[in-house]
Write a protein that binds this ligand. Structure first.
Ligand code: ATP
Ligand code: MN
Length: 483
């Protein structure tokens, strides 16, 4: 006989009728009891709400009830009855409780009280059982689903770009090496260097930092594609916005110029946020309350005057600001924090890279809206970006979000072979190794564009979580790969 004949709590909450006979399975969040009755809050992860189980010690043996502790896993058979208490309209009157898995209340780390985020990260294997983390991961799922739905509806194809790559031309950050050579005794070349020609792939290989280059190959065949996969950066940046392993969504479109690219990115970001607003109402409400509590601990001038839900609606309803790097630099130069020397990096000459303090000033203080910055100096951007006619800038775009900073980086790509080769030469990027990439410009090239959205930064924005480590189930950061 099959085991899984239970009803999920999210469905039960929609359809429970008095006298229905149902089976629930889930984990105990709390138990309150006296000698006449026990109230058990059961959660099965299907939604933020618990379902209240009522156990009458006359029906349920005491030795069973003793095992019903926070964290234990139960199967409950019973009957739906109208609830006497407030907080729910109906509850489950238990005929039978089977303890599927006990949890020693002395040892189970996740007790029904407020834990710090640090403590929960150290218990990442169990933190998913909290309201906060289960809500985050349900929202994360919905955002991922929305990504696929958005692109599928627009006729984009999902391309699986490789995770192991030999190209390190992207220059997006330090890479993790992939090798099967013996670290104690690797084969050496006559010059005394590690001889990777004897390695598994007969060359040096790394974990990918981006699927873009392969994405471009596919776009120049299928027109509109996107990738959505893990990317890796061995940068030693311990910030609240960086992971060593994160997920990136990278659409790439033939026949798109820089403006088409900006339009698509704006429509895409708004779509997935509204999808979450429509489909994750209860979880977002819970997370919004959590975020409001968090706001109260901040200094008055750092506090946001919008709730999380208001912020999300605001982004969906308002047009993003679009300015060039040059305009952004002028605004920053004239800004009060720059004049009062409040920036750690003062605004200097045209050509300087924008630091996150500058980006945050623009989105959070000056515009208070998402901002698309375009046309950056070519020296601070990648080799593949389309060179503008001014000879100084490239058709790049970064999208900055309040509270997050950079969420998207993208560009129109340089489709002219001579211009691309010239730039590679200047940057000493090997044209021989990149022969396959350059072939797209040799055979049937066309204007094309794309961008990369850091998925976790989007999940952060939608859930209001301050630290990127709290929006991926098992974060990988310097020193952390336990779970
Ligand atoms: P940053 O300046 O914030 O380090 P980047 O310029 O290195 O970002 P890109 O190489 O353009 O970023 O990558 C595209 C997107 O991937 C970024 O806009 C961001 O959303 C996300 N991203 C980049 N690095 C990380 C990281 N280490 N962890 C999580 N997301 C990241
Ligand atoms: Mn970076």
């Amino acid at each position: 006989m099959a085991f899984n004949n239970r009803t999920k709590i999210n469905l039960l909450l929609e359809s429970a009728k008095t006298d229905d006979q149902v089976t629930l399975m889930g984990w105990v969040r709390t138990k309150r009891s006296n000698k006449n009755v026990a109230f058990i809050a059961l959660n099965d992860g299907s939604c933020i709400q618990n379902f209240q189980v009522v156990a009458d010690p006359q029906n349920i043996p005491e030795e069973i009830l003793k095992k019903v502790n926070t964290g234990a896993c139960l199967k409950v058979n019973g009957k739906i009855v109208p609830s006497q208490g407030s907080g729910q309209s109906s509850e489950l009157l238990a005929d039978e409780i089977i303890v599927l898995g006990e949890a020693d209340p002395e040892k189970f780390p996740i007790q029904p009280k407020r834990h710090t985020m640090e403590f929960l990260r150290e218990n990442a294997h169990l933190r998913i059982r909290t309201n906060t983390f289960s809500a985050i991961f349900r929202v994360r799922h919905n955002l991922a689903f929305a990504v696929h739905q958005f692109f599928h509806n627009k006729g984009f194809f999902y391309i699986h770009s490789p995770i192991i790559t030999a190209s390190d031309a992207e220059g997006a950050g330090e890479m993790f090496r992939v090798t099967t050579l013996d670290p104690k005794n690797p084969p050496l070349t006559p010059e005394g260097k590690v001889d990777y020609s004897q390695d598994f792939f007969e060359r040096e290989t790394n974990l990918t930092v981006s699927g873009q280059l392969e994405g471009e190959l596919a776009a120049l065949a299928l027109s509109d594609i996107y990738t959505f996969g893990p990317t890796f950066r061995a940068e030693n940046s311990n910030t609240t916005r960086h992971l060593a392993e994160f997920w990136m969504i990278e659409p790439e479109m033939a026949f798109y110029d820089a403006e088409d690219n900006q339009n698509l990115a704006e429509e895409f970001l708004k779509y997935i946020i509204s999808f979450a607003l429509t489909n994750c109402g209860n979880d977002l409400e819970f997370l919004a309350n959590r975020a409001s509590e968090e706001e109260k601990t901040k200094k008055a001038d750092q506090r946001s005057d919008m709730t999380l839900i208001e912020k999300l609606n605001f982004v969906v309803e308002n047009k993003f600001i679009r300015i060039t790097y040059t305009e952004a630099l002028d605004i920053l130069r004239q800004s009060t924090p720059n004049k009062k020397k409040k920036f750690t990096y003062p605004i200097e000459d045209w050509g300087m890279d924008l630091q996150s303090e500058h980006e945050r000033y623009l989105v959070e203080k000056h515009f208070n809206k998402p901002v698309i910055i375009t046309d950056y100096p070519k020296a601070i951007k990648s080799f593949y970006m389309k060179q503008n006619d001014d000879g100084k800038t490239v058709a790049a775009m970064d999208i900055l979000f309040p509270g997050i900073g950079e969420i998207v980086g993208g560009s129109q790509r340089e489709e002219r072979l001579d211009k691309l080769e010239e730039r590679m030469e200047e940057l000493q990027i090997s044209r021989e190794e990149m022969w396959w990439y350059l072939d797209t410009r040799r055979f049937g090239t066309t204007p094309h564009s794309g961008f990369g959205l850091g998925f976790e930064r989007m999940v952060q924005f939608v859930t209001g979580m301050a630290n990127i480590r709290d929006v991926i189930p098992f974060p990988r950061t310097p020193g952390n790969a336990e779970f």
